[in-house]
Design a protein around this ligand. Sequence first.
Ligand SMILES: CC(=O)N[C@H]1[C@@H](OP(=O)(O)OP(=O)(O)OC[C@H]2O[C@@H](n3ccc(=O)[nH]c3=O)[C@H](O)[C@@H]2O)O[C@H](CO)[C@H](O)[C@@H]1O
Ligand SMILES: [Mn+2]
Length: 331
Amino acid sequence: MQLNTDTRPSLYTIMRLRHSVHFFLLGMVVGLSLSWLIYLGLASIWFGNHLTGNLGRTDVASVTPWLAPIVWEGTFDATLIDSIYKQQNITIATTVFALGKYTRFLKDFLESAEEHYFIGFRVHYYLFTDQPEAIPNVKLGQERYLTVKKIPSLNRWQDISMGRMDILEKLIENELAKEKVDYIFCLDVDTKFYGRWGVESLGHLVGVIHPWFFDVPRFIFTYEHRPESQAYIPAGVGDYYYTAAAFGGSLKDVHHLTKTCREQLNIDAANSIEAVWHEESHLNKYFLYNKPSKLLSPEYLWRDISMSVGQVKIIRFSHVAKNNAEVRPNL
Ligand SMILES: CC(=O)N[C@H]1[C@@H](OP(=O)(O)OP(=O)(O)OC[C@H]2O[C@@H](n3ccc(=O)[nH]c3=O)[C@H](O)[C@@H]2O)O[C@H](CO)[C@H](O)[C@@H]1O
Ligand SMILES: [Mn+2]
């Protein structure tokens, strides 16, 4: 009997083994490729999120010491923030006063607002004037409304400017509170929009840093320093210097602001004292003790379109050059 002592693997076995190895290697390659693709996918989501989180500026402060954001270009994602507010069906009331010769600013103000201001959102302008017939016919976009309110003019521009607090307080109380209004902004009319002013600006109480005082030390701020005035701020105190040409927030907060400033202005008037920068001084006092929940950088009220500084990468809203002696009723 002959035993089969040939222990060498048959050709067939070798072929099968090689096949398995090939299969194994192929599996490895496919597996690794898949893992790599999954890794890349996850990484892009991960780093994508981090990129959003990395928005920010190193050349300016974008948060206050009480952790309120200061809105500068490069600190927010406009598309993302629009999509968040789009779900909320909000209305933004916007007040503007144009008395005497200031009606001439209305055309540019309204036309430029229709191009840049809360585009895609419901805006209701409330326009106070002594000459409704002088209001230009500006075509408003969809879901944009304008209500004109006739009010008497006053002899002093300071009284017109300060008188806004009282009128705004009453507007909120008597009208806006009953309507579906979520936010309100109160703006000067001798201004024009040049870039996006959108929902990134919304908050409970919103102040705009004055364009002449955003990069100077506190002792330069033109707060009211006479203790006799209700707008008094002691030396060495204060966070920022805010402009009165633009402020806003929720109806409730802006009502409290306008009511408080109106009361303080009345006490000053009764004591025959007028704060150095009128209602702006009172607004600064208010913001010192009622901190804004959001601050807007001077991009949201620049000095004049022709002036540039490195920190201001985009001018969204700006005062227009005007000859005060010519447009105001008094000096
Ligand atoms: C950049 C900035 O911080 N601006 C403030 C500054 O002066 P401004 O020089 O910007 O004051 P202004 O002459 O623009 O007056 C304020 C606003 O009152 C209205 N108005 C005034 C006069 C007139 O005859 N008709 C009329 O409609 C108009 O809406 C105007 O925009 O100081 C004012 C009060 O001291 C206000 O605090 C302004 O917000
Ligand atoms: Mn002004």
